[in-house]
Design a protein around this ligand. Structure first.
Ligand code: ADP
Ligand code: MG
Length: 445
């Protein structure tokens, strides 16, 4: 700077300065020389602007864009993987039934099934943080969920760590998926516990309602008059460095030993909170512990429908037209549904299915179609099918969440959605439910 301004030029740049209270801040600074009439430099003029907040917002923006990109990539992979898994699980189940006599073979196949199911859980986790999956959302109070989670946490804490809880009994309901909120709590508390493992300390979990507007957070502006239900998890552990804070929500980012941490915990928390339209705030300093606050918008809707019992085995004899561009799925599902008594015609090419339906419009009682297929999407197929026969129920399957179903699917008359990976019994049950409901509609009409 001195070199530039003493040679008569203007200097521009950022300067990190210290406030009286010791906090650091960044100034955007311009320093220009002032000359007297003889051309000597006699003074300097400096103009400064505190841009600490802007820089913070910028880096938050970058971080959230990075999360977005990772999410898109991961959900693409997860979706393809789901299709592959549907085939692996479906065929293994069939093989297992065929291998009942052979003990050795059936125990081997059971291992395949077990591994396949673990992979399915992992894919579900990846889809959770990439926000492409919509679980069941119902208005609910968080008190019982938090209490339940605390029971588990308390049981796993060593005596060197105290658990302090404070729940406001008057907290209102939020629109939530209970399992996911439970997961958020478990992930946050596990991290807090890990941070205090060596030193011991206090883990504090609070639940309260906050009626004041929260203002700006995470680079996002909030609705003006907001009431939030806030969960706070604090620990007195080792805290986080600036570098760790920057990468906290990245999937697979961990500072723990291999086998100790997967680095997925906070990525999942992030995904769940975002999909609940919530906000996360983190404050942490090395050696001073960590406080993480998640806020969810209060919901004033009435209780939703109760979900029907899935345990019942679905049986039907109706005729099903099944369309999925993945050949293996088309085969496995056809086989599975036929074992339940349905009569199934399956196609892996939507165009072919459409031609067939044109020729035999009265052959079927229900149509089940995948959403994403080359040449013709499930939505388009549904639209064309309803042009031929308006009364036939259509069920849409997708691994990309409910959005397409909610937005376009309902418009073309689709009334049922099944999340991928599809399992024959899950689908069989959805078909049963749809058909029974259609019958009722006809009777009441
Ligand atoms: P994992 O716990 O498997 O490492 P997470 O995504 O849960 O993955 O956390 C990522 C990293 O963030 C952790 O490895 C740790 O360094 C840091 N971290 C998370 N929570 C805390 C906490 N409460 N205190 C200190 N560090 C934390
Ligand atoms: Mg963790």
């Amino acid at each position: 700077m001195w070199e530039t301004i003493t040679s008569g030029k203007t200097w521009e740049g950022h300067i990190i300065n210290k406030k009286k209270n010791g906090d650091l801040y960044t100034d955007e600074t311009t320093v220009s020389p002032v000359w007297d009439s003889k051309g000597n430099i006699i003074q300097y003029v400096s103009i400064k602007r505190d841009i600490t907040h802007e820089l913070e917002m910028e880096s938050q923006m970058r971080r959230s864009q990075k999360m977005e990109a990772i999410g898109t990539l991961a959900s693409g992979i997860a979706h393809d993987f789901n299709n592959i898994l549907s085939a692996i699980l479906g065929y293994s189940e069939m093989a297992l039934r065929g291998a009942e006599e052979n003990e050795r073979l059936s125990s081997d196949i059971q291992q395949v099934l077990k591994a396949g199911n673990r992979a399915k859980d992992l894919v579900a986790q990846i889809l959770t943080f990439s926000r492409r999956t919509e679980g069941e959302r119902k208005p609910m109070r968080l008190q019982p969920i938090v209490k339940e989670a605390m029971k588990l946490i308390r049981a796993s804490l060593p005596t060197t760590i105290d658990l302090v809880t404070a729940f406001d009994p008057n907290c209102g309901p939020i629109l939530a998926d209970a399992t996911q909120i439970h997961q958020v709590l478990m992930n946050l508390c596990t991290n807090a516990y890990h941070a205090m493992r060596e030193t011991g300390g206090v883990l504090t979990v609070r639940l309260r309602q906050q009626d004041v507007p929260v203002g700006m957070s995470g680079g996002l502006s909030l609705p003006p008059s907001a009431s939030y239900v806030v969960i706070t998890v604090s620990d007195t552990g080792h805290g986080m460095s600036q570098e760790t804070l920057e990468r906290l929500f990245e999937p697979y980012f961990t500072t723990k030993e291999p086998g100790e941490g997967t680095g997925l915990g906070m990525a999942i928390v992030h995904g769940i909170v975002q999909s609940h339209s919530g906000i996360i705030r983190v404050s942490s300093e090395p050696g001073k512990g960590t406080t993480i606050e998640v806020s969810f918008p209060l919901c004033i809707e009435a209780e939703g429908d109760a979900t029907p019992d899935i345990a019942e085995r679905p049986i039907g004899t109706e005729r099903v037209l099944f369309v999925d561009d993945e050949e293996a799925i088309a085969t496995v599902i056809k086989y599975g549904l036929e074992r339940m008594g349905y009569r199934v015609t399956s196609f892996s090419k939507p165009m072919k299915a459409m031609d067939y339906f044109h020729q035999h419009p009265d052959l079927f009682d229900v149509v089940v179609t995948d959403l994403t297929m080359p040449k013709m999407t499930g939505i388009e197929l549904a639209r064309q099918i309803h042009q031929v026969r308006t009364d036939i129920p259509i069920i849409l399957c997708s691994g990309y969440g409910k959005a397409a179903y909610e937005n376009q699917g309902r418009q073309v008359g689709i009334r049922e959605f099944v999340e991928k990976p599809i399992h024959p019994s899950k689908l069989g049950w959805a078909i049963r439910r749809r058909l029974d409901r259609s019958k009722k509609d006809v009777r009441t009409a």
